[in-house]
Design a protein around this ligand. Structure first.
Ligand code: ADP
Ligand code: MG
Ligand code: ZN
Length: 434
């Protein structure tokens, strides 16, 4: 509590944070499943600063993205935490400062690294080995742990190699964190990391303040003007994200909304340079730009509380993506809209893309992988074309969470539309009970 208040300047723990912290401090392997924005970082940043008894030593945090890493390092440094980092393309001088800090007698509390660095740097390996031999490794933290699973949508080859952590450094507790709730992915994480007697902490996934809605996608001629009318009417001058299908799409939609419809937009996709991306993101973060039009490249680790709407210009490839992307809205707990424009033509378009071999990827997806991607896409199609079932129940059900439809409280279009029949269902249920 003292560290929470004095260092992190926070008043109280959110659900499962203290449980995760206590479990790792007592030496358990810990698996943390929390929705995006739930506060996973604190679960490992805080115990890293509890240096007494058996928890002496450095916390090694493995993170998939350089941008995520530098955000966190910057934030922690601002709080006065002694933290160092390795990143793939750090210049030599920064890495050598990091190395000498790790070898010195006054060691930092936290080391952030990418899996690539762990795998390829001999120096990093020998430093870790020495820390292990002198019992100065407090724990390994695998953030965004779903990247380890080929069932996940953000699979990373080098994350696979983290199965060596337990083998190479036996006895060092592992903490794995993710926002991906799919059972196969979770099992994959726990098995691959060799986590044993693992304490699992999972938080409820329902986001009561998000309003889900799917509408038929208008013809190309009127689409953007209808979309902009909706935005002007419901969210004037408020922050939002529009997820698009392709890079070109993003640029064109952002331009048209800005030039023809008077909205303050910018775009974001993986084809941009790092400074371009950072520029767009920070303008949006500050509120100078209201709407960011993006591909799925935009989002992981983004922390903006007052996003009032997320629009899917094209349906997402899977429900995991849908949940993650819509989950960026309303983190401040105030009402926010999730609007998806749906047309069967987009399903066809995405199917074609799955069939086409991606020239950029070194290993083209197998037939099974393609079949799996199509099944995922069809799940989104069923979600979107369903006009009776509660959308919230559907999404949460996909993650294996049972949800009572009455708790949706008109939080989705289908519940609003079918209000009468739900009440009937309820009387029927009541009669059955009596
Ligand atoms: P995640 O990694 O789960 O997506 P983060 O760790 O990035 O989420 O945290 C999201 C936001 O929540 C951050 O701004 C963080 O400061 C805030 N936060 C985390 N824990 C608490 C807490 N106990 N009280 C208040 N804010 C918190
Ligand atoms: Mg995080
Ligand atoms: Zn509903």
């Amino acid at each position: 509590m003292r560290i929470l208040r004095n260092t992190f300047k926070l008043k109280s723990f959110r659900s499962n944070q203290l449980e995760a912290i206590n479990a790792t401090l007592s030496g358990h392997d810990v698996f943390v499943l929390m929705p995006t924005g739930g506060g996973k970082s604190l679960c490992y940043q805080l115990p890293a600063l509890c240096t007494s008894g058996m928890t002496r030593g450095i916390t090694i945090v493995i993170s998939p993205l350089k941008a995520l890493m530098s955000d966190q390092v910057f934030h922690l440094q601002g709080l006065g935490v002694d933290v160092v980092s390795y990143s793939g393309d750090n210049d030599m001088s920064t890495n050598s400062t990091t190395n000498s800090r790790l070898r010195s007698s006054t060691k930092p509390a936290i080391l952030y690294t990418t899996p690539e660095k762990l795998k390829h740097s001999q120096i990093a390996q020998s430093i870790l080995r020495q820390l292990w031999e002198t019992k100065q490794l407090a724990r390994f933290v695998v953030d965004e742990a779903h990247c380890i699973s080929s069932w996940g949508r953000q699979f990373r080859q080098t994350y696979q190699d983290l199965d060596q952590l337990r083998v190479d450094y036996p006895g060092v507790p592992i903490m794995a964190l993710t926002a991906t709730a799919k059972k196969v992915v979770i099992n994959d994480i726990i098995t691959k990391l060799g986590m044993t007697g693992c304490v699992s902490l999972t938080s409820p996934f329902n986001r009561p303040n998000l309003q889900y809605r799917v509408v038929p996608k208008p013809s190309a001629k009127t689409f953007l003007s209808e979309m902009s009318t909706w935005i002007h009417r419901n969210h004037p001058n408020e922050s939002g994200v529009i997820y698009c299908f392709s890079r070109n799409n993003c640029e064109q939609v952002a331009r048209e909304l800005r030039e023809k419809h008077g909205l303050k937009t910018d775009f974001y996709h993986a084809g941009m340079s790092v400074p371009e991306k950072e520029g767009a993101q920070s303008a949006w973060q500050r509120g100078d730009v209201h709407i960011i039009v993006a591909t799925v490249a935009f989002g992981m680790g983004i922390d903006k509380a007052n996003v009032r709407f997320v629009i899917h210009h094209t349906l997402p490839k899977d429900l995991d993506g849908y949940y993650q992307e819509t989950g960026r809205a309303g983190r401040d707990g105030k009402p926010a809209d999730c609007l998806m424009y749906y047309t069967f033509a987009d399903v066809k378009k995405l199917e074609k893309l799955i069939d086409k071999d991606d020239l950029e990827s070194s290993v083209p997806p197998s037939r099974e992988e393609k079949a799996r991607q199509k099944e995922q896409l069809h799940e989104v199609m069923r979600y979107a074309s369903n006009i009776t079932d509660c959308r919230r129940c559907y999404v949460l059900g996909y993650f294996g969470e049972k949800f009572d439809r009455r708790q949706c409280r008109n939080g989705c279009d289908n519940c609003v539309e079918n209000q009468g029949s739900i009440e009937e269902d309820m009387t029927e249920a009541a009669i059955n009970i009596i």
